[in-house]
Design a protein around this ligand. Structure first.
Ligand code: FAD
Ligand code: SF4
Ligand code: SF4
Length: 1011
């Protein structure tokens, strides 16, 4: 096959990969399934798609169209050639404001589309919880909808036309046809002899005609019509995503539809099994009313919440009515990212029903919310009814939308599964259906969570099952079988919005009867007789409990790690937490930090998800007998195990563009901490393969600076002279265009020690009282000495005694290069040295976020168990200088009057570690202290430098690309008088290299503002 792939690659203008790394990355989506594809293509042009189809047909392999890969039923997993359109086919082609439609390529992200449509006063309605990354191609494939489906409908409702390729490689457009056009289209030239009309049909249209002809035969047949009417879900259920949407054509045949024949409606929900889409035309809606309110009805039980839902739907016509149960709510408690969104929760509700209203005026929306609250009180339903208006409603929806990802934070092997999460029934049947479903799950002693679209008759019910055992695997099937029977009893749909894929396909014959299933098979045969498109989805699916991520009863290697993973149970478990939700595929337009490498490259391989999955795959394939390599070093891999070594190289390759920014640690709903995993992995990799020179140089940054600072002028001559620097950079593996931080004449600590000595010999009476300990990190010590001095002067001027205690470097540079054992040694020493000194009253403050925050993050997992409680206590009193300032401002110890009255505008870029482990809010507050200083946050993620990453030759381009996403353009727009502030040393350097502007540390800004 390899030589055939080589030939194919030459014919494509996009890329084709068949290496292990890419195949591993594309072996999963957001479902429980895993199957390694044969190859992966990133097509660039329509011609590429046609070439791929012809190749697949000739070689009898199947193409798996893939967009963002957030499908929950395994739609984009299989042993075929995955065709990922998300990288290149991402253009908005035409916007017609007057006729309210848009034409897009399939790789346009739903939320990004709406951002572009905003100035036109239009938007595309259907929204999934994944709308920040789900793409229009995928939404059509799954006929997606979301929490406003009761008003804005499904993707099919807004699909006007599609263009793309059929399984014979011919191009086609499916749109609404006039009766005459339909008559002509359904004339099948293959069925009749030669006539003038047939001769006029070009060869590349014949297959299209055949499709219309056969489908018309199938759909006009009254027996088939009856089978469809009798077996599809009740007509009142709008969420219906099982099988092919043949029912959508019945009104046309029965003459009861104002709409003409439009085959694009069948393509919606066909899961890439009928054609390959290259263009999609969508209907747009005028923007919704701007005033919003969400009534958050706190219920004492699920049943009560569902009775509220009935009342709401019957009398209050909301925009949305969504349920979140206690199980999910509890997961937001203490979550680094989501806890702040819990502000509206009162007491301990068993469920909250979130009912949304939208109106043009504030009075109108208040009136509707108040009317609902009054009705509920009168009916005795619910116990609290906080109403949230305007901007904060986003936080309420964040709690609701985060559900699926959040419950992946459950410890242990028993995990929530996507299985019966998508069943929809009539709203009036919902309480009874859920009661019976709860009884069923309780019979099996299963715990479960429930959330989502109560107003549309659909709750995502997620039972907790251990898929790693044979019993769990069998239970997985049994629960779906029993639930299917229940859903059928209520005339519901087994899939409301997530689709069949390979999860529910097996149950379609049961749900819809064999007659309808045979019709579906016929539809597939008509469009795709050779299985070119996404074989094994919707029809002819393998057993639903085959090809799961976890092999039943598999024994796993017990890997010895340097970091403690006890907070996440073990290293494997941390990788397993990735649910595939794809939040790490957000773009820079969405905001946030995770994941900068993906934002720059738009390559699935550079997502957090890819990294977690490839490491998980690697760990699960380690021989279970595998433990330690010789010398007592814990190691994932062994020179002897060639397979292990090969797989380790795959992981290394996938990890390569991770900047260790820690964005995922807080923004991933499952807190998959790739920075930690990468460091641990690299340590083991080095144990076997040795440490590359550049990594060694970077890791030992502080030691080198120590030596260089003996003759700083030598170092500064080399790195301060462009021509010499370029040569030196090349030698060390850094990019020649990257400037290097220069050395101060005297390191901060040396200057400080001399100053202490001098002060001891000439004591000056001061009015200082409070002691603070300054962490003299390695970057400030050697390079940013002036900032260090200003910190000391500023604090002294404000009345503090600053002491630089005895300590070692932070270990950050070791951590960034996977030299975890070296970092561990430092962590232990630092904790020992500082443990008795640092208290709440005498905190340790740091000015370089990446250094001081290692006390709060890595140190806790690096020190031995006996030292952990001490490390935790130390972490609580290790503060960013901004946090210390805010504490003192709040206590009245630092005041506005101590600073000038000048008017200044400050644009602030936060450090990624600060955003992930602390917050930029204190920095904003600190900088806003002078009366007339206005601080605006730059909505940037990571700056792209990330320690040594941006210096490295092969990473320089990606680093600058990340800077160009938001940070550089924003700074370039600022007039000279605007102050650019950035607490991170790397960020300031990156800003300098990317924009030639000097960014200041917040300390410098305040120092200059002192009166
Ligand atoms: C946390 C979470 C929450 C979710 N919430 C919702 C929700 O609220 N509502 C909802 O409806 N869904 C939801 N989903 C499911 C999923 O996000 C949606 O189905 C989404 O629209 C899929 O988009 P995608 O870009 O990821 O498509 P993919 O998963 O990549 O593909 C989806 C289908 O489209 C097909 N396809 C993609 N591109 C093409 C093409 N060019 N030609 C032909 N076929 C193509 C694929 O083969 C596949 O069958 C959720 C998923 C997760 C993980
Ligand atoms: S890494 Fe996190 S955000 Fe990315 S897919 Fe996995 S769970 Fe979702
Ligand atoms: S640490 Fe940063 S770059 Fe690495 S996976 Fe997480 S978000 Fe992406």
């Amino acid at each position: 096959m390899e030589d055939r792939f080589q030939l194919l690659a030459k014919k494509l203008s996009g890329e084709l990969y068949w290496d292990n790394a890419m195949r591993t990355v594309y072996a999963t989506d957001a479902s429980a399934y895993q199957e390694t594809p044969l190859a992966v293509a990133h097509p660039k042009t329509n011609q590429d798609i046609q070439t791929l189809i012809r190749f697949a047909d000739e070689n009898q392999i199947t193409l798996i169209p893939r967009a963002a890969g957030t499908s929950l039923a395994g739609q984009v997993v299989g042993k075929g050639l995955v065709v990922d359109i998300s990288k290149h086919m991402t253009r908005i082609l035409e916007i017609n404001e007057k006729e309210r439609w848009v034409r897009v390529q399939p790789g346009v992200i739903r939320d990004d589309l709406n951002k572009v449509l905003l100035p036109y006063g239009l938007f595309f309605g259907p929204e999934t919880s994944t709308a920040s990354r789900a793409m229009i191609g995928g939404m059509v494939g799954n006929n997606s909808c979301g929490l406003h489906s009761i008003v804005w409908g499904t993707t099919r409702d807004h699909l006007l036309a599609v263009k793309g390729y059929l399984s014979d490689g011919s191009e086609v457009e499916f749109r609404e046809l006039t009766d005459k056009e339909f008559e002509q289209k359904k004339f099948n030239p293959l069925d009749f002899g030669v006539s003038n009309f047939i001769e006029q049909i070009p060869a590349n249209r014949k297959f299209e005609h055949r499709i219309y002809n056969r489908l018309d035969q199938l759909l006009s047949n009254t027996e088939n019509q009856t089978a469809i009417t009798d077996n599809f879900p009740k007509p009142t259920i709008r969420r219906r995503n099982s099988g092919y949407a043949l029912d959508a054509f019945l009104p046309y045949y029965k003459g009861s539809s104002p709409n003409k024949f439009n085959l694009s409606k069948l393509i919606a929900g066909s899961e890439g099994t009928l054609m390959f889409l290259t263009e999609i035309k969508l209907n747009l809606l005028p923007l919704p009313p701007k005033e919003t309110a969400i009534v958050c009805i706190h219920a004492n039980s699920i049943d009560e919440a569902l009775r509220v839902n009935q009342l709401v739907m019957q009398y209050h016509a909301p925009m949305a009515s969504e349920l979140v149960d206690k199980y999910i709510l509890d997961f937001t408690n203490g979550h680094p990212e989501y806890h702040k969104n819990r502000f509206f929760i009162e007491g301990d509700p068993q469920a909250i029903l979130m009912v949304e209203f939208m109106e043009e005026t504030q009075e109108a929306v208040v009136q509707r919310a108040e009317k609902l609250v009054a009705d509920l009180k009168q009916a005795g339903l619910g116990y609290a009814y906080p109403v949230i208006y305007g901007e904060p409603t986003k936080q309420v929806w964040d709690v609701r939308k985060a559900g699926l990802g959040l419950i992946r934070n459950l410890p242990g092997d028993i995990q929530p599964v996507n299985l019966i999460e998508d069943c929809a029934v009539d709203v009036t049947d919902l309480p009874a259906y859920i009661r019976e479903l709860e009884q069923l799950l309780q019979q099996y002693n299963l715990t479960y969570s429930m959330y989502a679209h109560a107003g549309a008759g659909e709750l995502h019910v997620e039972p907790m099952i251990n898929l790693k055992t044979t019993e769990g695997n069998a239970l997985f099937r049994e629960i779906l079988a029993e639930t299917a029977a229940l859903v059928k009893k209520y005339g519901g749909a087994l899939s409301g919005e997530h689709g069949d894929g390979r999860l529910r396909g097996e149950f379609i014959p049961f749900m819809m009867g064999d007659k309808v299933y045979q019709l579906f098979k016929e539809v597939k045969r008509i469009f795709d007789p050779n299985g070119v498109f996404n074989a094994g989805k919707i029809v002819d699916t393998p057993p639903m409990n085959a090809f799961l991520r976890y092999k039943p009863d598999q024994a796993y290697a017990n890997v010895d790690t340097v970091f403690s993973f006890s907070r996440q149970e073990n290293v494997l478990r941390l990788t397993e937490k990735c649910s595939g939700s794809g939040d790490c595929r957000k773009t820079h337009l969405t905001g946030g930090t995770m994941c900068p490498s993906y934002m720059a490259t738009r390559d699935e391989k550079d997502t957090t998800r890819a990294r977690a999955n490839s490491l998980r795959d690697f760990l699960t394939k380690l021989p279970s007998s595998y433990e330690r390599s010789e010398g007592g070093k814990a190691a994932f891999m062994d020179k002897a195990g060639q397979g292990v070594a090969r797989r380790a190289r795959v992981v290394k390759e996938v990890m390569d563009l991770c900047l260790s920014c820690k964005g995922c640690k807080s923004e991933c709903p499952s807190n998959v901490d790739i920075a930690k995993l990468k460091a641990e992995f690299l340590q083991h990799y080095h144990d076997v393969n040795g440490i590359p020179l550049r990594s060694w140089l970077v890791g030992n940054f502080a030691k080198q600076m120590q030596v260089a600072s003996m003759t700083p002028w030598v170092y500064n001559t080399i790195f301060g002279t462009t021509a010499i620097r370029k040569i030196a950079n090349r030698f060390a593996g850094f990019h020649p265009d990257r400037t290097m931080p220069l050395l101060a004449k005297t390191p901060l600590r040396k200057w400080y020690d001399a100053r202490v000595l001098e002060q001891a010999s000439h004591p000056v009476k001061t009015n200082t009282s409070k002691i603070v300990y300054l962490f003299c990190d390695e970057f400030t010590n050697f390079n940013d000495v002036e900032i260090g001095k200003k910190t000391i002067f500023l604090l002294e001027k404000l009345g503090y005694t600053v002491i630089i205690p005895e300590h070692h470097e932070s270990g950050r540079s070791y951590l960034s290069k996977g030299m975890v054992r070296d970092a561990q040694t430092l962590a232990v020493k630092n904790v020992e040295l500082l443990k008795d000194l640092i208290t709440e009253e005498t905190p340790l403050i740091g000015i370089e976020p990446s250094a001081i925050l290692s006390f709060r993050d890595e140190y806790i997992d690096l020190v031995p168990e006996s030292l952990q409680p001490i490390a935790i206590k130390l972490a609580q009193n290790a503060l960013l200088i901004e946090e210390f300032f805010v504490r003192e401002i709040n206590a009245g110890n630092i005041r506005k009057e101590q600073f000038n009255q000048e008017k200044r505008l400050i644009k602030l870029h936060g450090h990624c570690h600060q955003k992930a482990l602390a917050s930029v809010v204190p920095t904003k507050k600190m900088l806003s202290l002078p009366a007339n200083y206005e601080v605006q946050l730059i909505p940037s993620g990571c700056c792209g430098m990330a320690g040594s990453f941006g210096y490295e030759r092969e990473h320089y381009e990606v680093s600058m690309k990340i800077g160009e996403l938001v940070l550089f353009p924003t700074i370039r727009q600022q007039p000279e008088e605007v102050i650019i502030a950035a607490p991170g040393t790397s960020c300031r350097h990156q800003i300098h290299d990317g924009t030639h502007r000097k960014a200041l540390h917040p300390v410098e800004v305040l120092f200059e503002a002192l009166v």
